[in-house]
Design a protein around this ligand. Structure first.
Ligand code: HEM
Length: 200
């Protein structure tokens, strides 16, 4: 049997978190709400993953911790300058630009998942905020009539769409960044996110 060489960088939770998150995001985004159960389930899964990742950022393994990859804007700018000059150093965990991207992804995903909840309550009378925010239209919907679109539903829908599209844009930049860094340091970062290991 081939022995694994290198150093373990990503713990099992981070790897499971990452690939489940990616799958859930694509499922939620590209189904655009149809079928609704799939979209809503994927949204809840994303919210739960983010909540656990938040805790893991304080108590998880070395490179999973926020203190390992959240750096000052000056450090990020210096890193980007070095990156464009082709002399950026290699990091085992997230590099400073990658760290900012991770934060942006987590925040944008949280905005998407959280804005989905008032939208679900306002449009379908379902979810954790149902009954709290909009009882009247829901009763109407239960009587077989179409619920009129409330201002809340309209606003929540807009916010939800803006966050979802921002997340998609960030994911595009994230995958581009992964490809560039993989080529620059001649290491397969995607494989490392699967196996957990990188060369020393
Ligand atoms: C399918 C294409 C994707 C590939 C190849 C990919 C690859 C990677 C890799 C290699 C890393 C580690 C980066 C590093 O070495 O610093 C990473 C981290 C991360 N990616 Fe992706 N990714 C993909 C899609 C996504 C999607 C769709 C999302 C979110 C919706 C996402 C969110 C994240 C997050 C939040 C992290 C940080 C992991 C952590 O520390 O918790 N990725 N990704």
């Amino acid at each position: 049997m081939k022995r694994r060489t290198g150093i373990r960088v990503w713990d099992p939770f981070i790897r499971l978190f990452h690939w489940t998150l990616a799958l859930a995001f694509f499922a939620a985004y590209f189904t655009e709400g149809e079928p609704e159960w799939l979209h809503v389930t994927a949204g809840y899964l994303i919210a739960a993953l983010l909540a656990v990742r938040l805790i893991w950022g304080f108590v998880g393994s070395e490179h999973a911790r926020f203190t390992d990859f959240v750096r000052s804007p000056v450090t990020v700018l210096h890193y980007l300058r070095d990156e464009f000059a082709g002399r950026a150093r290699r990091y085992l965990g997230h590099n400073p630009a990658g760290g900012i991207m991770v934060l942006a992804l987590l925040l944008s995903l949280a905005g998407t998942a959280l804005s989905g909840m008032p939208l679900l309550a306002a449009e379908e009378g379902e979810g954790p905020l149902a009954g709290w925010l909009v009882p009247a239209p829901v009763e109407q919907a239960a009587n077989g009539q179409d619920a009129p679109e409330t201002a809340l539903a309209k606003n929540a829908e807009e916010v939800h769409e803006v966050f979802a599209n921002l997340t998609l844009l960030l994911v595009g930049l994230h995958v581009l960044g992964v490809a560039v860094e993989s080529a620059r340091h001649r290491e397969n970062l995607t494989r490392a996110m699967i196996t957990g290991y990188k060369r020393e």
